[in-house]
Design a protein around this ligand. Sequence first.
Ligand code: CP
Ligand code: NVA
Length: 319
Amino acid sequence: MTGSIRHFLRDDDLSPAEQAEVLALAAELKREPFAKRTLAGPRSVGVVFEKPSIRTRFSFEVAITQLGGHPIVVDGNSVQLGVRESVPDSARVMSRYTSAVVWRTHGHDRLDELAAYATVPVVNALDDVFHPCQVLADLLTISERKGSLKGLRLVFLGDGANNMAHSLLLAGATAGIDVVVAAPEGFHPDPAVFADAVARGELTGARPQIVADPVKAVEGADVVVTDAWVSMGQESDPRDRATLMRPYQVNKALLSHAKPDAIVLHCLPAHREEEITSEVLDGAQSAVWDEAENRLHAQKALLVWLLERSDSGRPHTGR
Ligand code: CP
Ligand code: NVA
């Protein structure tokens, strides 16, 4: 009999109470890095990358190691998920060796398919639509700097249709944060994702918005966030993104419209003097290096939380 398995494929896979549990555990593990040796044995976790990565790759490998486990980090080209054999068959096989599978891929439907056939938790390490592990780290960073999350105003500027914008909308609404997306025409969030954020906000009091004017969007912001104007896989888009998104650059003049104690986040890698100036990225309001570190703590908490709530229904055979 197969038991219940918890996956983390998109931000609203965690309820508001569950997200708060994971963030509290992340803060605990930041204070005491070896407090939860959930993977001691060691049990193994597969981590597969079909796009480049520094932060996600390093932070998952360190996270799994600190939990006492064994990370199997492989390049997508070498496993060829869905090419050499079907995604369902790969899911069945990887589940026999590992305690969880972490995957960075392109289409979100590929993650849904892997999770449908895996008998261990599947974690989205970024796809074309969502980047939920990043936004857990963002929320941890915001709570460290602001003390709490509910009722804050977070403004995301730039490509409002990208994975970070979508994840911030869903995770922000889950946390009770008013997420405002400021983006040019043609770069607004997927209407279905936005509707899901609005629905989630009805539970928490959060009110997601889309605003065209970057200055109006940033007014009263507690948190200002941006990301690459061209995400991985979008390099052949013929639109002149740099010109269209230039008014949304996070620079000192734009930031002056936010609250004086607003913090600035960027998931990195940053394209200096494009979506953000060095003056802001390296400035006093930037929290980007804490944000990068918090990937480690947030992902440790996530893995512990998912494993504690998942039961493959099979005895552990060294996994
Ligand atoms: N922020 C982030 O996910 O970085 P990497 O692409 O380097 O993993
Ligand atoms: N939106 C960016 C995030 C990189 C971490 C991308 O997908 O390339």
